[in-house]
Design a protein around this ligand. Structure first.
Ligand SMILES: NC(=O)c1ccc[n+]([C@@H]2O[C@H](COP(=O)([O-])OP(=O)(O)OC[C@H]3O[C@@H](n4cnc5c(N)ncnc54)[C@H](O)[C@@H]3O)[C@@H](O)[C@H]2O)c1
Length: 316
């Protein structure tokens, strides 16, 4: 069993900490908010302020502090302050502590901003004196306890084997699909995951508005397309990247439906952007009809189906 310190005892920190505690690990919390620290201690948990941590106690430190968007930019001040404190703590520990970035951060943050901070403050080298990983959080806010118990996917972004093995052992009892990748890939996966969800929602909102205008029931349309469209049920369809759609139907029907909407005075901004993006790419790359058969030019791990890749991929 591991001794885990959760840094940032908010929604994600508590869901993560309580989930690991239920699996028998020893979990403590640290937060800058003294009211939250008191509240957790009153619940019978062990929480403290940053200057009260005995760093020798912990095997794994998870950073779950807030990374809000302020004026449209991701504010990394909180996670950097937390990482600085963790780095100072690592300097006082004799253990190979694994530091895990679990907050949502822009690609390259773990390797280019958190790693140098930890190395400078600890006087140790990542991968030798301590481990560093990016392990994004996929819990849904309203069901985070159940989702932590039964995750559908675990993404472990690491740069060396020992850290990947320690976290692999930690997550194995949860039994989910496990994807091993680099920290930067893990950061990108988290953003693309959320943005893809946002794109899908906005797309069906536009469809809904068009349906309303035409007197069509958008519920039957959405519910049916959720089962009829190959891009909904085939994980390989359209997810390989770098190749525009072609064939007999998609180019003809996208352009045709766009013209129909314009003639009817209906707005369909996402379709317009889709056609423009496809035409732009088609100037460089030949369009393809069978999008699930596209062989990407990237490394062999990514040319495997996702289920196979997830079980065989090893950290770089
Ligand atoms: N809430 C969600 O459902 C959800 C889901 C997926 C990912 N995330 C991501 O997880 C991260 C945490 O989100 P959250 O909703 O739990 O945030 P939150 O605001 O609920 O909690 C963050 C906690 O971090 C503490 N904190 C700030 N600076 C600190 C420091 N230097 N040291 C120690 N503690 C510090 C705050 O006091 C607060 O208690 C964010 O990056 C968020 O984008 C959140």
């Amino acid at each position: 069993m591991s001794s885990i310190l959760i840094v940032g005892a908010g929604i994600v920190g508590q869901a993560t900490g309580k989930g690991f505690a239920r699996k028998g690990h020893s979990v403590d919390y640290v937060d800058v908010d003294s009211a939250k620290v008191n509240q957790l201690n009153q619940q019978g948990l062990f929480a403290m302020l940053p200057d009260q941590v005995n760093w020798d106690r912990y095997d794994i430190v998870m950073l779950t502090v807030s990374t809000p968007s302020v004026d449209g930019r991701v504010k990394l001040d909180y996670i950097e302050a937390a990482a600085l404190n963790v780095g100072r703590g690592l300097a006082t520990s004799d253990k190979f502590v694994v530091v895990v970035v679990r907050s949502t951060v822009p690609p390259t943050t773990t390797e280019q901003r958190i790693l140098p901070l930890l190395e400078k403050a600890s006087g140790k080298r990542a991968g030798i004196g301590f481990g560093l990983a990016m392990n994004p959080e996929f819990l849904r806010q309203r069901s985070n306890v159940e989702d932590f118990e039964r995750p559908w996917i675990t993404v472990l972004g690491t740069s060396e084997r020992l850290t990947a093995d320690i976290l692999g052992d930690l997550y194995k009892p949860f039994g989910s699909l496990m994807v091993n990748c680099t920290p930067t890939e893990a950061e990108m996966i988290k953003y693309v995951n959320n943005i893809y969800n946002a794109v899908k929602i906005s797309y069906f909102n536009e469809v809904h508005a068009i349906c309303e205008n035409l007197g069509i029931d958008s519920k039957i349309v959405g519910a049916t397309v959720a089962r009829s469209a190959e891009s909904m049920w085939n994980p390989l369809y359209g997810t390989r990247g770098g190749v525009p759609y072609g064939g007999t139907c998609l180019p003809k029907d996208t352009v045709g439906f766009m013209a129909f909407c314009e003639d009817m005075g209906l707005d369909h901004g996402m379709l317009k952007a889709t056609i423009a993006a496809n035409e732009h790419l088609a100037k460089e790359v030949a369009p393809v009809a069978w999008l699930d058969e596209v062989e990407p030019s990237v490394n062999k791990v990514h040319s495997l189906p996702i289920s196979q890749a997830a079980y065989t991929a090893q950290p770089a």
